[in-house]
Design a protein around this ligand. Structure first.
Ligand code: CA
Length: 419
C-alpha cells in the first residue's frame, strides 16, 4: 500500500512517523487543560474528543471519546475500530470537504503534553525473544543449559503490575532491593547497582475473552501496539528469581510510548516467525504471518552528554508472536480484558550491536560498551536518558510510535524516611 495523502503537508513526508496510513491514538493536554483523546497526523494532533463532540466523528454505539483514555473504543470491537479509521481518514485525506472544520481542531504536537493513552487493565510480560533468552541463559546457567526445556514449546511469561506502567517522559527512580553479596552469606538492602533497560514491544488486548482462544482469534483480539521498556534491576533479579521468576526486579516501572499504533496500520508489515527447531503443539502453531517488520533502536544519553545508539534490532526477531502469547495466556481459561498489556520480552538480534539490554550488551558487565564522547557503561547510571524508537518502513511512508523515553533519577538516600 502506498502513502495515503493528507491535506496536511507534514503528514506526507516519507520520514514523518504519523502519515494518514498510521493514525495512532494518544491522550494529550495543552497547558492547564484536561487531558483528552487525540490522533497524531503529521506534526499535529487531531483533537478527537472535540471532533466527536462536534459530530465529525460519529461511531456506532458512541460517544466513546468523552473520557481521557481509549479503552471504551477497544471494548466496542473491531467494527468500531474500522469505523474510526475510516471516518478519521475521510476528515484528513487530501481533498476532504471538511478541511475547514477539522483544521480548527489541530494542535501542534510540540505544544502538547502526552499522558497514558489507555488504562492498563493487567500487565503480563513474556520472555519470548530467542536471542535474548539464549544470551541470558548462557550467562546465568552456561551455554549447555541456556534454554530451559520448555522454552521452545511455550512463550514463558510472568504476571507483572499494571500500576507500574508509565508513559514516555516519566522519570524512573533507581530502586532499592535485597541483593546477594558475592563475598558474604547474608544479603544486603541497597540501591540496585545493575539497573537495566529491556527493549520490547507491547501488544494491547482490545476485546475480552472467556476460555481458551485460538491463535487466529487472539490475533483478531489485539487492538494495537506500543514500544515498551521493561526497566530491570539485574542484581535484585539474580537473588529473587528462583523458583517463581522475577518480582521486585521488574516492579519499579515499565515505560510505554505515548501513541497506540492500531493493528490495522501494521497490516502491510506482517512477517512470519522464524523457522522452528521443534514443532509447536497444534493450539499454538503459526497460522500465517503474525509478527511485524518494525525497525527498533535504543539510544542512551548521559546527563548533559551526547546520544549514542547502543542497539538496533527488529520486532521480527521474536520467536513467538503476540497472538501466540495471547493464545497461550488463555489456555487455562484465564479471562482476558480490554486494556490488558502483553510485553513481548526483550528483542535482541543475533549480533552484538542488536542486543536489547545492557546485560547482554556488556555481557553481564564483563565487556563495558563505549559511548560517543568516551564514557563507558556496563549498566545504567543516574541521569542516563534512554529512548526507544520504532519504525515500519512502507512505500514512501513511515509508521512510527513516538519516542519511548525515561531518565534515571538517583536512588533515595533512605527509602523509608518519612517527611
Ligand atoms: Ca521483560
Amino acid at each position: 500500500m502506498p502513502l495515503m495523502k493528507s491535506w496536511l503537508d507534514s503528514a506526507n513526508l516519507p520520514d514523518c512517523p504519523f502519515p494518514l496510513n498510521n493514525l495512532p491514538l494518544g491522550v494529550f493536554s495543552v497547558g492547564d487543560e484536561e487531558p483528552r483523546c487525540g490522533i497524531a497526523i503529521g506534526d499535529h494532533i487531531l483533537d478527537a474528543a472535540s471532533a466527536e463532540a462536534a459530530g465529525l466523528i460519529d461511531l456506532d454505539g458512541g460517544p466513546y471519546l468523552d473520557v481521557p483514555f481509549w479503552n471504551d473504543v477497544m471494548e466496542a470491537g473491531a467494527a468500531v475500530w474500522a469505523e474510526l479509521r475510516a471516518q478519521v481518514t475521510d476528515l484528513l485525506k487530501a481533498g476532504s470537504d471538511l478541511r475547514g472544520e477539522v483544521e480548527a481542531l489541530l494542535v501542534p504536537i510540540a505544544d502538547a503534553q502526552m499522558h497514558m493513552p489507555f488504562l492498563v487493565a493487567e500487565y503480563t510480560d513474556f520472555y519470548a525473544g530467542k536471542n535474548h533468552a539464549v544470551n541470558v541463559g548462557t550467562m546465568f546457567r552456561g551455554a549447555e543449559n541456556a534454554l530451559p526445556p520448555n522454552w521452545l514449546h511455550i512463550p514463558i511469561g510472568y504476571n507483572g503490575r499494571a500500576s507500574s506502567v508509565v508513559v514516555s517522559g516519566t522519570p524512573v527512580r533507581r530502586p532499592w532491593g535485597q541483593l546477594k553479596s558475592p563475598d558474604h552469606d547474608v544479603p544486603a538492602f541497597l540501591p540496585s547497582r545493575r539497573f537495566d533497560l529491556e527493549l520490547e514491544m507491547g501488544a494491547i488486548v482490545g476485546t475480552a475473552s472467556e476460555g481458551p482462544v485460538t491463535v487466529d482469534e487472539a490475533d483478531a483480539m489485539i487492538f494495537g501496539y506500543v514500544l515498551l521498556n521493561d526497566w530491570s534491576a539485574r542484581d535484585i533479579q539474580a537473588w529473587e528469581y528462583q523458583p517463581l521468576g522475577p518480582f521486585q526486579a521488574k516492579a519499579t516501572a515499565t515505560s510505554i510510548s505515548p501513541w497506540i499504533v492500531m493493528a490495522a496500520a501494521l497490516e502491510p508489515f506482517r512477517v512470519m516467525t522464524p523457522a522452528r527447531e521443534k514443532d509447536l503443539l497444534p493450539h499454538l502453531r503459526d497460522t500465517g504471518p503474525m509478527l511485524f517488520d518494525i525497525d527498533l533502536s535504543v539510544e542512551l544519553r548521559p546527563a548533559g552528554g551526547t546520544s549514542s545508539t547502543i542497539a538496533r534490532t527488529n520486532y521480527r526477531e521474536m520467536y513467538f508472536s503476540a497472538a501466540q502469547q495471547l493464545a497461550h495466556h488463555t489456555t487455562s481459561g484465564c479471562p482476558m480484558t480490554p486494556g490488558d498489556l502483553l510485553g513481548s520480552g526483550t528483542i535482541s538480534g543475533p549480533t552484538k550491536d542488536s542486543r536489547g539490554s545492557m546485560l547482554e550488551l556488556s555481557w553481564g558487565g564483563k565487556e563495558p560498551i563505549t559511548l560517543v564522547g568516551g564514557e563507558s557503561r556496563s549498566f545504567l547510571e543516574d541521569g542516563d536518558s534512554l529512548t526507544l524508537r520504532g519504525a515500519a518502513k512502507g512505500d514512501g511512508y513511515t509508521i512510527g510510535f513516538g519516542d519511548c523515553e525515561g531518565t534515571i533519577l538517583p536512588a533515595l538516600a533512605d527509602p523509608y524516611e518519612r517527611n
